[in-house]
Design a protein around this ligand. Structure first.
Ligand code: SF4
Ligand code: SF4
Length: 75
């Protein structure tokens, strides 16, 4: 199921607590990459905490590193 790009999911998203969420993404206030697609920033694999996220569970998602992998609005 496609993740809705709404404020509720923006608040629930835990990307800001992730070790891979770098300064580039923080300055752009980017998160909820499972809805918006990749960040367009250079991202090092420092770990992904999507598996612990309520949005991941709610939408039955299985993947990780949405900030890198999926083409989308950001990059
Ligand atoms: S699954 Fe990952 S990218 Fe999607 S809302 Fe949760 S922490 Fe953010
Ligand atoms: S998508 Fe995963 S790796 Fe990327 S910032 Fe969010 S939790 Fe971290």
């Amino acid at each position: 199921m496609a993740v809705d790009k709404n404020f509720k999911n923006f608040v629930k998203c835990i990307c800001f607590k992730c070790p891979s969420h770098n300064i580039c993404m923080k300055l752009r206030l980017q998160k909820v990459f499972c809805a918006t697609g990749n960040s367009g920033c250079e991202v090092e694999n420092e770990g992904c905490i999507c598996a612990k996220c309520p949005v991941q569970k709610e939408y039955g998602l299985k993947e990780l590193y949405y900030c890198k992998e999926k083409k989308g609005d950001n990059g």
